[in-house]
Design a protein. Structure first.
Length: 347
């Protein structure tokens, strides 16, 4: 991995999980997909994650055929639009043959890191999973991924994470089990492996974003282990505000001061907003449509279409989004988006 990008990754970045803009007939809407990438870059993100759950795993279906076009478009737009280094993360899935093929594609397209999902590998043992990740790491540096079971992940015990950290090519871990005990397993494994200085922890816990970024994890003598950034579907919306909140958390951590009560209040408000957008009331069934609905209201999308036509807003979800928008307008970046949207949508 390029040294400047590795330094950025370890220093802590806002990395939105890039959504998919589709037309009404469920074809890629390149204009609006390009606009989303430009929006994230102008909002100040340090990276982009493409081909991940928020981009929709269905893009890999041969009848859809959007994995390479979507990966290529995001990298192309990023290279043309941003005048600074950006870390490009490609989601890879499937058994080893598929995962290494997707990683090779990402490498050819200029991606820097592979985010390895272990969904669908529920019967695999810890040694099998570690060797699977090792094979990917021979192609690109790896960000490990604890995906919550509700959206296709599996339980991964401490022993797995401790073994995974013996793989030299693991440079980061996205921790997204939406579970305090499972999160603690990963952080303790990083501590015990002695890799807190070279493996960057990224929160994917949309229900605990700011508190993950503020918490020092201490398991004995020595400096605490901390989350430095986030790779989040929640940060696919209201991204400029996400960049501001992340910067505030990093400033507090680096100064060694206590977080102000207002930031702790914002943490709880963001969790409640996420519950509406990600449809926690229905087991996250509407998480992708919820993201799309926020982006539709801002003008990025013309509809909330997903690759899978059965993925739609849950009953009452739109009303919940209305409620959190009324309650917490300070968490949004609507006014800023309205000011710049035409430029992002331009050819």
């Amino acid at each position: 991995m390029r040294s400047d990008l590795a330094t950025l990754l370890r220093g802590g970045l806002v990395i939105p999980a890039h959504p998919l803009a589709l037309t009404a007939n469920r074809r890629l809407d390149e204009r609006r997909q390009r606009a989303l990438t430009r929006y994230y870059l102008d909002a100040g993100v340090g990276g982009l994650a493409v081909g991940v759950h928020t981009t929709q795993f269905g893009i890999r279906d041969p009848s859809v055929g959007l994995l390479e076009p979507v990966l290529a478009l995001a990298h192309e737009v990023s290279a043309a639009w941003a005048d600074r280094p950006v870390v490009h993360v490609a989601g890879v899935v499937g058994e080893t043959r598929q995962a290494t093929a997707e990683t090779g594609l990402a490498q050819r397209l200029g991606y820097d890191v592979a985010l390895v999902s272990l969904g669908g590998l529920g019967a695999w043992t810890t040694p099998q999973l570690v060797e699977h990740v090792r094979a990917v790491a021979e192609i690109l540096p790896v960000m490990g991924f604890y995906l919550q079971p509700a959206v296709g992940g599996r339980d991964l015990p401490y022993a797995f994470w401790r073994a995974l950290l013996e793989v030299e090519g693991v440079v980061a871990i996205k921790v997204a089990p939406f579970d305090r005990h499972r999160t603690q397993d990963v952080v303790r494994a990083v501590w015990d492996a002695g890799r807190a200085s070279d493996v960057a922890l990224y929160t994917g816990n949309d229900d605990h974003i700011l508190l993950d970024l503020l918490t020092p994890y201490q398991f004995g003598d020595g400096p605490p282990v901390r989350f430095v950034g986030g790779l989040l579907g929640q940060w696919a919306v209201w991204t400029r505000k996400a960049v501001e909140l992340h910067a505030e958390c990093r400033t507090i951590v680096q100064a060694g001061t206590a977080p102000p009560p207002a930031l702790l209040t914002a943490a709880a408000q963001l969790t409640e907003a996420n519950a509406a957008i990600f449809d926690a009331a229905h087991g996250f069934a509407g998480c992708l449509p919820g993201i799309h609905e926020v982006l539709r209201r801002q003008g990025f999308l013309t509809g909330g279409w997903c690759v899978d036509p059965t993925e739609q807003l849950s009953p009452g979800q739109s009303d919940e989004i209305d409620r959190v928008l009324r309650a917490y307008p300070h968490l949004t970046d609507d006014a800023w988006v309205a000011e710049h949207l035409d430029r992002w949508l331009s050819p």
